[in-house]
Design a protein around this ligand. Structure first.
Ligand code: URP
Ligand code: ZN
Ligand code: ZN
Ligand code: ZN
Length: 452
């Protein structure tokens, strides 16, 4: 059994939906069902703190529903997702939350929570942040990118941070300088540069570093905790590391795509690069070593997927002839636990750190610990039996996400999910999927448990 705090040989006793006890091997008592985990790891179910199911974007919706996306998550050993409710300009936060409950409630195979995307900062929505927190949604994503859509000015960010500070909430930041990026995008298009790789070239890493620094400064001025989402660039990591060295409540996540994929993928010919369009963009390969280092030093605390699938055939196609119209997002909810396990195989991170960044820290960061993120008596029996020696090859032909390609097509992995329990129920085993759409429950979350 592997927790973030260490690995020991133990039998895990599950009663109903909870872990009842950890027993010394050989002292097992009679059970209705025994899952043999000899030679395998028993780990807390993965928590993907950044997904976008059925998300409206650029006139279309991300391809996974809550049903298909949470089923794919379960297949990959993720037993909790935290998805983003998206406030449309001119609408209220609470009606947005209602809307997302309508989409997700009764439709999830594993447990789920929400963050709130605040795209319209005004007196009403600021006040509503309090009601969101009371409803178990106390993390608020804002955007320094996408002018005219989600973009918030520094003043708006400042006001939202002041409110977050007041209620103990966390501001999550999409940190790219969207005003400067939009100029670079217009200039590229005016020169007839329309291919997917231009998406990466017009969003340089310096503009992620700059925005990250600015967000950190605004957080310092207001005293609000800051969580930088989908950090991709060494420049942004430097800014986070500096802030953390001063003791500021600044945290960051990266995503598997930034650890394994690069600008070269975005440059694939014949529009294939469109499969890799997400924001921030994939970076030149040299950023990857920095991100792995950040995971070791804890300047990067979490790895989430930013799962946002758009089909290559009919959705990414919207941007053929104009890279700026390619729906932004990469699928990945099914493979995060496996991809991070390669970090253990390659000696980048320890076994315990693997569990920490994929389950325990997201649980604490988003107020789900010790109910989630740990194998311990009293915790939900979200348990994954993981075979560290099994081999698998990622392919869209075999994955369970409702999207027609895999960004990791053909990648050979060591390690594979063997059995998955969600709140005590076996949802995946060698025979297949035994879960049920509607089994997943909404999680009201406590405040960030890392705040000082
Ligand atoms: O390209 C991305 N990341 N799409 C999802 C929306 C976001 O900004 O997280
Ligand atoms: Zn974002
Ligand atoms: Zn996202
Ligand atoms: Zn079975």
């Amino acid at each position: 059994m592997v927790n973030a705090t260490g690995a020991v040989a133990a039998d895990v006793l599950v009663e109903g939906e909870k872990i009842a006890a950890l027993l010394t091997p050989g002292f097992a008592i009679a059970a209705d069902r025994v899952v043999d985990a000899a030679g395998k790891y028993v780990i807390p179910g993965g928590i993907d703190a950044h997904t976008h199911m059925e998300m409206p974007f650029g006139g279309t919706f991300s391809a996974d529903t809550f049903a298909s996306g949470t089923t794919a998550a379960a297949w990959g050993g993720t037993t909790t997702i935290i998805d983003f409710a998206v406030q449309a300009k001119g609408t209220s936060l609470m009606s947005t939350l209602d809307k997302w409950h309508t989409k997700a409630d009764g439709n999830c195979a594993v447990d789920y929570g929400f963050h709130m995307i605040v795209s319209d900062v005004n007196d009403t929505s600021l006040k509503e942040m309090e009601s969101c927190a009371d409803a178990g949604v106390n993390s608020f994503k804002m955007f320094m990118a996408y002018p005219g859509v989600f973009y918030a000015t520094d003043g708006e960010i400042l006001r939202a941070m002041q409110k977050a500070r007041e209620i103990g909430g966390t501001v999550m930041m999409h940190a790219e300088n969207g005003i400067a990026i939009d100029q670079l995008v217009a200039q590229a298009l005016a020169r007839g540069r329309t291919a997917p790789v231009e998406h990466g070239l017009t969003r340089p890493p310096e503009l992620e570093g700059e925005a990250t620094s600015r967000a950190i400064t605004l957080a310092a001025v207001t005293g609000a905790p800051l969580y930088v989402v989908h950090l991709s660039a060494a420049q942004a990591l430097d800014a986070v590391a500096r802030a953390r060295d001063t003791g500021q409540n600044v945290f960051a996540e990266t995503c598997p795509q930034y650890l394994y994929l690069s600008l070269e993928d975005l440059a694939k010919p014949d529009f294939e690069g469109a499969k890799y369009v997400a924001s921030p963009p994939l970076r030149p390969r040299e950023h990857q070593a920095e991100l792995w280092r950040g995971l070791r030093t804890n300047d990067l605390s979490v790895v989430s997927t930013d799962h946002c699938p758009f089909c290559f055939k009919d959705q990414k196609e919207l941007g053929r002839g104009n890279f700026a119209k390619i729906p932004n997002g990469i699928p990945g909810v099914e493979h995060r636990v496996d991809l991070l396990h390669q970090g253990v195989v390659r000696g980048e991170i320890s076994l315990e750190r693997w569990v920490e960044i994929s389950s325990t820290t997201p649980a604490r960061m988003f107020g789900l610990h010790p109910r989630k993120g740990v194998i311990a008596p009293g915790a939900d029996a979200d348990v994954v039996v993981y075979d560290p020696r099994a081999r698998q090859t990622i392919s869209a032909a075999t994955h369970h996400m409702a999207v027609d390609y895999s960004a990791y097509e053909g990648m050979e992995l060591t390690g594979k999910v063997d059995t998955v329990l969600s709140r005590g129920r076996v949802v995946v085993d060698a025979e297949g999927f035994h879960g049920r759409i509607g089994h997943g429950r909404f999680l009201t979350r406590e405040l960030n448990q890392y705040l000082v």
